[in-house]
Ligand binder design. Structure first.
Ligand code: BTN
Length: 321
């Protein structure tokens, strides 16, 4: 993201004169005033102090590429290529475009807003500006398509670990990789397989959406929460969250490539929100009790006929009378 935008300059919450803002931004004072009006129209509170200038009231949590890069673990910093955008159609789509002209390192794209954020199963993903984390990573993995079994679950584990390193406990996973807290969804992962390169290398785009500061949502069709709503005592900084998640995913992938899903299975089960719950799958035609995942990452239901693994599709809690 371009440094020294108006909001960057105001983000110290001091009073800035229109003249000094204009000078630093290289624009006229009228242009500064127009930008202030635009920010106010977008819901950001800025007070005008007569004869002195402007002061930002709203607490902002701006994405900053350099802060994210500075937080990367030493062993990954040369291997990861971070891009931060103000707005994009979908960060997954942007990573796909980057993979067509590979640069140096694993592409990671974050955006402050998405105009066509996508969710799993053809759903859209609500992506209001400045509030949440929208991030995608272009992963290249060895082991062919069969080696991908369990990958999306491993990504979920990496996110829960990242949250725990940031100091919060109690995040759960809903198979395959929805992020839950207090029975409500606060994030999701969209894994899109791009294709196979030479020698069994497979390219995958892993997109992660986490509701961070969101307090109100438009067009969200399921019970939802955000990190701030569920853990209000924590100070949530999107750059720190991004850094922890990138480091966590990079570390988890090393183990996943070497050892597969098996080394993550027990940990995934600890976060399983469905364990022991009455469940329905296969569009309601199968019911049973949640029994965790099998070695391939498929979800198991304990049924009258024994354990049955479900490979794809939605599993939901069965409402019992
Ligand atoms: C889900 O349906 O639970 C998955 C949601 C994934 C949303 C993220 S936001 C960043 C990335 N870009 C997208 O368009 N989707 C994913």
């Amino acid at each position: 993201m371009k440094p020294n935008t108006l909001l960057d300059l105001l983000s110290d919450h001091r009073v800035h004169s229109g003249e000094s803002l204009a000078k630093q931004l290289g624009v006229s004072r009228t242009a500064v005033w127009k930008q202030i009006r635009k920010a106010v129209a977008e819901g950001i509170e800025v007070t005008t102090i007569r004869g002195q200038g402007y002061q930002l009231v709203t607490e902002l949590d701006l994405l900053d590429r350099q802060k994210i890069v500075d937080g990367l673990a030493k062993e990954y910093e040369d291997k990861i290529d971070v891009t931060v955008l103000k707005e994009v159609d979908s960060t997954n789509a942007e990573v796909a475009r980057k993979l067509l002209a590979p640069g140096h390192g694993m592409p990671v794209v974050l955006a402050d807003a998405q105009t066509e954020g996508r969710g799993r199963r053809g759903r859209s993903w609500s992506s209001p500006k400045g509030q949440n984390l929208y991030m995608s990573m272009g992963l290249t993995l060895r082991g062919g398509f069969e080696g991908l079994s369990g990958l999306s679950l491993v990504l979920g584990v990496a996110v829960v670990r990242a949250l725990s390193r940031l100091g919060v406990q109690g995040a759960g996973l809903k198979w395959p990789n929805d992020l839950y807290a207090g029975g409500k969804k606060f994030g999701g992962i969209l894994v899109e397989i791009q294709g196979e390169l030479q020698e069994g290398q497979v390219q995958v785009i892993a997109g992660l959406g986490i509701n961070v500061h969101m307090k109100e949502a438009i067009a969200v069709d399921q019970p939802w929460t955000s990190l701030l709503k569920h853990w209000p005592e924590q100070k949530w900084v999107r750059n720190d969250l991004a850094t922890e998640v990138i480091n966590g995913v990079a570390e988890a992938l090393v183990h996943f490539e070497q050892e597969g899903f098996s080394v993550f299975r027990d940990e995934w089960q600890r976060y399983d929100i469905f364990l022991g719950q009455p469940l329905a799958a296969r569009e309601g035609s199968l019911s049973g009790t949640g029994a965790g995942v099998d070695a391939g990452g498929n979800y198991q239901l304990e049924t009258d006929g024994g354990l049955i693994s479900v490979m794809a599709g939605d599993i939901s809690l069965r409402v019992t009378a």
